[in-house]
Design a protein. Structure first.
Length: 283
């Protein structure tokens, strides 16, 4: 499984810029246009032609498997504009962090999972939970970033993610049978792509806890801090190539630790894997 995960990550890395750029921009524009034309059409023919219908799909109208993502959720124009702009901003940031290929795969996989759920449950599909899952993906990538709730209240993304988890739990517990399963299918797509980043939603002190061995007598290999003792400078300092700006750990002291450089910080700043997505950006 780990080997397969590495191959998939390598594929997305090698094809980082392939795919539909600014995918959420097209989705947002499509939602706005559909809303405008639907209000000009009192018969509702446009919404009927784009909406998900299991019977019509089985009859050959396969475009309905995708076109429902352009039907806006909610009835107020200002709400639709704000939410579409928010999803566009999240999509743009995720494309920059993940790459175009991985973000396209994330959204397309979410559509396919939603289609499968709607076909199995024989209900009308909606893109609302798929779009909301973008918040979780963004929160796992940038947990300390803030958004302004109601354009006034600053709110960290990881707090917004936990509010979303609470909303899903409430829906599962108190909603009727077909409806309660849709948030779970959206979470399935999120866990498929972001299972390694969920720990960044936890408190910082919990992220450094090592998991206990899975069977008696098992032990995890520990980094050897003395491997470079014979290669000291005249001042007695051990050489290193990478040093975390936050915790100060180096690749000399922790040879098994992964280090990365932040593109959002001004200058050339290195961070360990525990702090690359959990630090204040230097400007």
């Amino acid at each position: 499984m780990n080997n397969l995960s590495r191959k998939i990550s390598q594929f997305f890395f090698n094809n980082r810029n392939r795919g539909i750029r600014n995918l959420m921009l097209f989705v947002a524009i499509g939602n706005v246009l559909v809303y405008l034309f639907a209000n000009m059409d009192p018969s509702g023919a446009l919404l009927s032609a784009l909406s998900f219908s299991r019977q019509r799909i089985l009859e050959g109208q396969v475009w309905r498997l995708f076109t429902y993502i352009f039907i806006p959720s909610g009835g107020y124009p200002l709400t639709i504009l704000i939410m579409m702009f928010f999803y566009f901003q999240i999509g743009r940031i995720l494309e920059a962090r993940w790459g175009v290929a991985r973000f396209n795969a994330y959204y397309l996989c979410g559509i396919l999972i939603t289609d499968l759920a709607a076909l199995l449950l024989n209900v009308r599909a909606s893109a609302s939970y798929l779009n909301l899952s973008l918040i979780l993906a963004f929160a796992s990538t940038c947990p300390e970033d803030q958004v302004l709730l109601f354009f006034i209240i600053p709110l960290k993304m990881k707090w917004l993610a936990w509010f979303y988890f609470a909303t899903v739990a409430y829906t599962v517990l108190f909603s009727p049978f077909p409806v309660k399963l849709f948030p779970l299918f959206a979470l399935l797509n999120y866990f498929l792509f972001c299972h390694r980043d969920i720990r960044y939603l936890l408190p910082t002190s919990w992220q450094h806890r090592r998991p206990k061995p899975t069977f008696p007598g098992a032990s995890r290999p520990k980094p050897n801090p003395h491997w470079a003792d014979g290669y000291r400078s005249q001042e007695g300092k051990k050489p290193y190539r990478h040093k975390c700006t936050v915790c100060g750990r180096t690749d000399t002291d922790y040879p098994d630790l992964e280090f990365r450089y932040c593109s959002r910080c001004k200058g050339y700043h290195c961070y360990c894997i525990d702090h690359i997505n959990n630090h204040a950006h230097i400007q």
